[in-house]
Design a protein around this ligand. Structure first.
Ligand code: SAH
Length: 220
């Protein structure tokens, strides 16, 4: 039977999924979400040809869209269910929020740059991902008015776990995933699980993230 003709873009997207599988992502729902969300719509024009390479890429305001493997890995570690409400800190391009929106009931994402938040909002709306709310503000404070969250994901590196985020995590098995470590030093993904009596932690893979900076950005 003749196979469907492949253009370069299809090949890139097939290779993209193969790379994620090869690197160990095995959750079918996560792979489906990674397949469904067009990363090319979240990168700047000049980087469009690298949208499906397994690389972080520059976005506006000196920030980055995370590497697809790291997005898939952190998403897989969150073990999302369709009824979950999720807080993301560090909207950036909106890509990670888009992936989360395919797997959870509701996503609240907070970004300190108004420019990035507005662009992300527009992209998410254009794709019809209407269960994501993008908020401008300081992620160190979280978004308390919408707490508690079943899951929290931080996509910029902090030196310590922000206390407000821990408080906003549900205490019935809530999970928070975040990169911890110094700005230019070794960082690791940490997974925290919260119950009524304790918070347990697990050290996962080594990563490289832009820093979590205090306060809403004064520049746009
Ligand atoms: N999740 C993003 C990756 C963004 S990079 C994506 O999928 O594209 C990290 C983002 O965190 C940057 O946009 C940066 O501006 C933002 N950030 C850093 N410190 C923050 C803070 N305190 N509150 C909210 N956002 C913050």
């Amino acid at each position: 039977m003749p196979s469907r003709p492949q253009n370069g873009k299809d090949n890139d997207r097939m290779e993209f999924l193969l790379t994620l599988r090869r690197r160990g992502i095995s959750d079918q729902a996560v792979l489906r979400a990674m397949d469904e969300v067009p990363r090319c719509d979240f990168v700047e024009g000049e980087f469009a040809d690298r949208a499906y390479a397994d690389q972080a890429l520059p976005i506006e305001c000196g920030q980055t869209i995370s590497q697809p493997y790291v997005v898939a890995y952190m998403t897989e570690q969150l073990a999302l269910s369709p009824h979950h409400r999720v807080l993301e800190v560090g909207t950036g391009s909106g890509y990670q929020a888009a992936v989360l929106s395919r797997l959870a009931r509701e996503v609240v994402s907070i970004e300190r740059y108004r420019t990035l938040a507005e662009q992300a909002r527009a992209r998410l709306a254009a794709l019809g991902y209407d269960n994501v709310e993008v908020v401008v503000g300081d992620g160190f404070a979280g978004v308390p008015e919408k707490a508690p969250y079943d899951r929290i994901i931080v996509t910029a590196a902090a030196e310590q776990v922000p206390q407000a985020l821990l408080e906003q995590l549900a205490d019935d098995g809530g999970v928070m995933i975040l990169p911890l470590g110094p700005r230019d030093g070794p960082q690791h993904i940490i997974k925290l699980t919260k119950s009524q009596t304790e918070i347990s932690g697990e050290n996962l893979i080594a990563v490289r993230f832009v820093p979590l900076l205090p306060g809403q950005a004064q520049e746009l």
